[in-house]
Ligand binder design. Structure first.
Ligand code: MN3
Length: 209
């Protein structure tokens, strides 16, 4: 049974232009994200994890070296869906709104300090990986983390609030080797703070996940 599906992007392919091109989203969603879904579905039959949700598969495989390939696919499927929802074509980026405004000031001192710390995590991640804003618990203390390859906050008992994909396939068509420029654009033009606030509070954001 193949039970994991590829969610549609939450906006049109060209909706994030000029910041992220339709060509990037075509490859990133239709090729990369789809490939993780397909590979995961090929591994599920006979694994005992058929019919489980992505967080359940991630939890069941995270500490099992024999299931590393399945963990990598499941985490990458989850990470990408989360990443798409972390961006918006409508007035994205800049200072946070809602609960996160005060909570970010509390945790980091100011939005600017949060921004510096998030950007440092995203640009210093060596090789492929992800930068995250995470919380210890829903509504709890915020911090920054970076993860390698497919690894994510779920596997470390953290609540994911915001992420930026820093694999080269996320930015190479539009930014070539200029990862810092891509991260600046993500932070200043694309972040969907409404979605991040919903995830921080542990609420259904009303989007396909
Ligand atoms: Mn990616």
């Amino acid at each position: 049974m193949s039970n994991i599906t590829l969610p549609d992007l939450p906006y049109a392919k060209d909706a994030l232009e000029p910041h992220i091109s339709a060509e990037t989203l075509e490859y990133h969603h239709d090729k990369h994200h789809a490939a993780y879904v397909n590979k995961l579905n090929s591994l599920l039959p006979g694994s005992g994890l058929e019919g489980k949700t992505l967080p359940e598969i991630i939890e069941a495989t995270k500490d099992d070296s024999d299931k590393k390939t399945m963990f990598n696919q499941a985490a990458q499927v989850w990470n990408h869906t989360f990443y798409w929802n972390c961006m918006t074509p409508e007035n994205g980026g800049g200072e946070p709104t809602g609960d996160l405004k005060g909570k970010i000031d509390e945790a980091f001192g100011s939005y600017e300090k949060f921004r510096d710390e998030f950007k440092t995590a995203a640009t210093s991640q060596f090789g492929s990986g992800w930068a995250w804003l995470v919380a210890d618990t829903e509504g709890g203390k915020l911090s920054i983390m970076k993860t390698s390859d497919a690894d994510n906050p779920l596997a470390h008992g953290k609540v994911a609030v915001l992420t930026c994909d820093v694999w080269e396939h996320a930015y190479y068509i539009d930014y070539r080797n200029r990862r810092p420029d891509y991260v600046d654009t993500f932070l200043d033009k694309l972040v969907n703070w409404d979605y991040a606030n919903a995830k921080y509070r542990g609420e259904d954001a009303g989007v396909e996940e």
